[in-house]
Design a protein around this ligand. Structure first.
Ligand SMILES: NC(=O)C1=CN([C@@H]2O[C@H](COP(=O)(O)OP(=O)(O)OC[C@H]3O[C@@H](n4cnc5c(N)ncnc54)[C@H](OP(=O)(O)O)[C@@H]3O)[C@@H](O)[C@H]2O)C=CC1
Ligand SMILES: O=C(O)C1=N[C@H](C(=O)O)C[C@H](O)C1
Length: 238
């Protein structure tokens, strides 16, 4: 499979290593210095694009893939507000698009556990819930995209919480998410329920970027030749 890597930072390089080891051909490596490669004549040669760039550039990168008719897997976080528009364009124009805030298999299983735990806690008002995420200091967005996905799942399951807030708060209907930036943390997420009697915590700790990168390559293999909007639930059959 011919892959275009859009964004060639920490994730782009990790994906390059895994895709190459699996026998794929990385035909484009795009960063800030060679954005002309996003034109159709270059990008259009790829079977699939994998986009891990910046919150400011993800939208236009995905649009370039749509223009070149190349299905795109996007892992960039911090541009959540634009996703509904991108999903609508992909659906209307028959483009292939798969976005995930986290591509690791472990986190996608963790998402399912989180949903079930929230469901169980919906009828147990003695438990308050809060979250913590820890990442390296180069991370641009807070809270992490993964934390936002986890928070949305908690809010959907627990009617007594109405919105998340990315700072300490004692307002009862707010779901507190604390973000910590500590090197070299690749990504740790914890959801904790606390009652006067006990605590229950679930934590996912990434040991490296390998899980994110391997999941993105699996998603790209799966998306090749497809049109429409998909998620990791489709890829992993969850
Ligand atoms: N969904 C998931 O599983 C995961 C998502 N992420 C997310 O992926 C994104 C990237 O993370 P990471 O690799 O660590 O970040 P880095 O900062 O290491 O890399 C970002 C890359 O994007 C490049 N870039 C900047 N502008 C453009 C542009 N206009 N077009 C193409 N590339 C551009 C940068 O180029 P230059 O070096 O020239 O500035 C750099 O190579 C973040 O949003 C992060 O949160 C991270 C891990 C897992
Ligand atoms: O920027 C990162 O590094 C990560 N970003 C993603 C996020 O925002 O959730 C996924 C992972 O936690 C690593």
């Amino acid at each position: 499979m011919k892959i275009a890597l859009i964004g060639y930072g920490k994730m782009g390089k990790a994906i390059d290593a895994i895709a190459t080891a699996k026998g794929h051909e990385v035909i484009l490596r795009v960063d800030l210095n060679n954005k002309h490669l996003l034109e159709k004549e270059h990008l259009g040669q790829a079977d699939v694009a994998i986009e891990f760039s910046t919150p400011e550039t993800a939208y236009s990168n995905v649009m370039k893939c749509f223009e070149a008719n190349v299905p795109v897997v996007s892992g960039t976080t911090g541009w959540l507000e634009k996703l509904p528009e991108v999903n609508a364009i992909a659906t209307k124009e028959g483009k292939g698009f798969l976005h995930a805030t986290n591509f690791s298999i472990g986190v996608n299983i963790f998402f399912e556990v989180n949903k079930r735990l929230a469901e169980l806690m919906s009828t147990q008002p003695q438990y308050d819930v809060r979250m913590e995420e820890i990442h390296h200091t180069q991370k641009k967005d807070s809270p992490s995209g993964t934390a936002i996905t986890l928070a949305e799942q908690v809010l959907a399951g627990i009617p007594r919480k109405h919105e998340w807030i990315n700072q300490e708060s004692s307002v009862e209907d707010k779901l507190v998410i604390i973000s910590k930036r500590i090197d070299p943390a690749p990504g740790t997420h914890t959801v904790t329920y606390t009652s006067p009697i006990d605590d229950i915590s679930i934590t996912h700790t990434a040991h490296s970027r390998e899980g994110f990168a391997a999941g993105a390559v699996v998603a790209a293999e799966w998306l090749k030749g497809k049109s429409g909007v998909y998620s990791m639930k489709d890829v992993l059959n969850l």
